[in-house]
Design a protein around this ligand. Structure first.
Ligand SMILES: N[C@H](CCC[C@H](N)C(=O)O)C(=O)O
Length: 279
């Protein structure tokens, strides 16, 4: 089975075309394919393009634990570059339908940069979802292991728990991210970002992704964390998000519509051996 591997700031995905699937893409198969030792290795799988009634292209996004994600910012940049490489799109913007909503994408700089209109960030509990009365989830308390954090929750199609701290480290993300991902407040689990506000136009985040664990970068996490920093009045509407894998540029409009811009790197094109599917 053919695959194409790309990374976006070290957040790596495999692109599989539906017509190239030699068997159903089950959660078990996704886990094997994405496994860093027993498979190809990736932070997720992008399956597409599909025909769509609502957009030029349909896309399905899977985490390495086999779960399906509503949206992936880095995944959307990678899929947009793949469509460009395949000459299915040119320099003009195009639309992609995901489980978490419709986005507009445009490929720039000879494929090296992609800008995605990611949709709107919402802080409303029933949209995230998060348990409790309907409210915007801003600076609430959450108990996690030996700590209690003040957090904000947001959705941009997928759920996010954003915690602002004076200092952040990968160790904090790994220790507390895995507990917060499955916290009972979040019926569909959640992505987690620990955020350090650097100034009015830049933040630094450490990420624990739902269904993927610690990753070096995340486009939807960048969008959610930047939106929270702006909502809290800590940042203006143009924000550079610094992550271990690199930088993403976020623009926020008055309705919390997010424009995300970042790089994409083509890694490989390959063929998976049939042995990979022998269970
Ligand atoms: N793990 C995420 C999807 C991928 C998000 C991340 N890779 C990005 O670039 O947005 C979720 O289950 O919502």
């Amino acid at each position: 089975m053919k695959f194409y591997k790309y990374h976006a700031l070290g957040n790596d995905y495999l692109v599989l075309a539906p017509e190239d699937l030699s068997c159903p893409l089950t959660p078990e198969l996704i886990k094997v394919i994405c496994h860093r030792n027993f498979g190809i290795g990736a932070d997720g799988i992008l399956l597409g393009p599909f025909p769509s009634q609502t957009a030029q292209f349909g896309l399905r996004i899977y985490n390495p634990d086999g779960s399906e994600a509503e949206k992936s910012g880095n995944g959307l940049r990678i899929f947009s570059r793949y469509l460009w490489d395949k000459k299915l799109v040119g320099e003009q913007p195009f639309s992609i339908q995901t489980l978490g909503g419709l986005v507009q994408s445009v490929v720039k700089d000879a494929g090296k940069t992609v800008q995605v209109e990611m949709g709107k960030v919402s802080f409303w509990s029933d949209e995230i979802p998060i348990v409790g009365d309907r409210r915007e989830v801003i600076q609430e308390e959450i108990h996690c292991g030996d700590r209690t954090f003040s957090f904000c929750a947001a959705t941009i199609g997928n759920p996010h728990c954003v915690i602002s701290l004076p200092e952040i480290t990968p160790a904090i993300a790994k220790k507390y991210g895995q507990l917060l991902e499955v916290h009972p407040f979040f019926p569909n689990r959640t992505n987690v970002q620990f955020m350090k506000v650097l100034n009015r136009n830049s933040i630094q985040i450490e990420i624990w992704e739902r269904g993927a664990g610690y990753t070096l970068a995340s486009g939807s996490s960048s969008s959610a964390a930047a939106a929270v920093a702006h909502k809290l009045g800590l940042c203006d509407s143009s924000i550079i998000v610094q992550m271990p894998g690199g930088l993403i540029s976020i623009e926020i409009n008055d309705d919390f519509m997010i424009s995300m811009r970042g790089s994409v790197t083509k890694v490989a094109k390959g063929e998976m051996s049939a042995e990979l599917f022998d269970n």
